[in-house]
Design a protein around this ligand. Structure first.
Ligand code: HAM
Length: 428
């Protein structure tokens, strides 16, 4: 029987891992530049954590969580998102006491049992950033700027930032009441889930997967439905002013609903051109009540998460042709199998200098080994044969420059290392 990866999951082969690592490296560097520190939380969490934060009536919780009972009868899920887990960890380790304002980021897999399609997976990966402990609109600005910067650093050139405000909880209660009244007469036209949502959580009609429900919902709300009180208006004005100052272009004319319940005030999404239906590369917003809802103090918080698969796809589609991969390291070809032991000692000397070095162990012909060195994108090929043994010097070819020279055995490792390091391609 041939096994395959599960639907909606994928293997990352080494070439792809190289692209992922490069993005992760940039993401970590940028986060550090803005003063955010990495946090790692478990992949499995208590199901109630997401029921209480993302929301009982959201699609994520109702339909998309990988949920199971463990042997002890506990209700467990594979985490569908990172924010709730970060807030749990923040409170569990009393970071509100030790750090006060905590600036954190994470990178890792998330799981949602959605119907897989282009850009939508069951195991996907997020780079998430959370600032917990401040209600200042300038933190919203910082978070959005950082989000835009990371997408730019990843090579995404054409993306639109949508910004809106969901208002505070009081604003949302008033909006919900109005929306409920408007939707009641159309109840029969809504899907079964949304009929229940009218009473339980009417905003979720606005991001139902059924387009008919969404249209009825948005038809009923009209205009800017959520933003009502003066404080929330002032907050949103400050965020927009800050974004303009920071030179971030944004569109604040779209009203959109985020499919998670915890948001208040600022919400945003970054959408890429040319990605089709799953075009949201990153999204986030304020969640000023989550810390309190989990039993902590009343603290403002804001964050975002970017979907790594979607960011890399967008960068690839928008790139003007990826640069050719650079040649790297040394490949040692041995002309006779008896020289393998000596060859191995040489590559160990090179590796000890922090330079990538490989060797053919299967006694293939010299021609086949040179072909392999080229396929593996080696920068230098060294040949060790009888002639070299007699001369006590290795033949070294530079596949990038097309040159060839003899290098004495006793300076071989030294010279190979200095040549590769000078080209900036050592332990890679
Ligand atoms: P979200 O909008 O559910 O927000 O997900 C954020 C990003 O994760 C999306 O914009 C998308 O790029 C990616 N994503 C989501 N689902 C999938 C999927 N099935 N396949 C591929 N990519 C996907 C959150 O998760 C919030 N925790 C964001 C946040 C952080 N808000 C405040 N802080």
């Amino acid at each position: 029987m041939a096994f395959q990866a599960l639907r909606g999951t994928s293997d990352l082969l080494p070439d792809e891992v190289a692209r992922w690592s490069a993005l992760e490296h940039r993401a970590r560097r940028l986060a550090a530049l803005y003063g955010y520190r990495e946090l790692r939380t478990p992949i499995i969490e208590d199901a109630a954590l997401f029921q209480r934060s993302v929301g009982e009536t959201t699609d994520i919780v109702q339909k998309e969580m990988f949920q199971f009972e463990d042997r002890g009868g506990h209700d467990i899920v594979l985490r569908p998102e990172g924010t709730a887990a970060v807030v749990r960890a923040y409170l569990e380790h009393s970071l509100h006491k030790t750090e006060g304002f905590a600036k954190l980021f994470y990178l890792g897999p998330m799981f949602r049992a959605e119907r897989p399609q282009a850009g939508r997976f069951r195991q996907f990966h997020q780079y998430g950033v959370e600032a917990i402990g401040s209600a200042s609109p300038w933190v919203d600005v910082e978070i959005i700027v950082l989000c835009v910067e990371i997408l730019r650093a990843a090579g995404v050139q054409d993306a639109t930032v949508w910004v809106a405000s969901m208002g505070c909880r009081d604003d949302q209660r008033r909006s919900a009441e109005e929306l409920r009244t408007q939707l009641q007469p159309h109840r029969a036209k809504l899907c079964k889930d949304c009929q229940g949502r009218i009473e339980k959580n009417v905003f979720r009609v606005l991001d139902c997967k059924q387009s008919g429900c969404r249209e009825l919902g948005w038809g009923a709300v009209k205009g800017s439905p959520f933003l009502r009180c003066d404080d929330c208006r002032a907050h949103f004005d400050e965020v927009r002013r800050g974004l303009k100052d920071a030179g971030v272009a944004f569109d604040d004319s779209k009203v959109f609903a985020r499919g998670l319940d915890y948001y208040t005030r600022t919400v945003f999404e970054v959408r890429a051109a040319g990605l089709g239906a799953q075009d949201a590369l990153a999204a986030g917003g304020r969640y000023d009540h989550l810390v309190e809802d989990f039993g902590g103090p009343s603290l403002g918080a804001v964050g975002f998460a970017a979907g790594i698969e979607r960011v890399l796809t967008a960068a690839e589609r928008q790139a003007a042709g990826a640069p050719a991969a650079a040649r790297r390291g040394l490949f040692l070809a041995v002309a006779q199998p008896e020289l393998l032991g000596e060859g191995f000692r040489f590559i160990q000397q090179v590796r000890a200098k922090g330079v990538r070095a490989t060797l053919d162990y299967d006694g293939r012909s010299l021609k086949a080994q040179l072909r392999e060195a080229d396929r593996a994108q080696a920068r230098l090929v060294a040949i060790l044969g009888e002639q070299e043994q007699q001369a006590r010097a290795m033949t070294v070819k530079d596949l990038e420059q097309g040159s060839q020279e003899q290098v004495a055995f006793d300076v071989f490792a030294e010279q190979v290392a200095s040549r590769l390091k000078a080209g900036g391609c050592h332990a890679c």
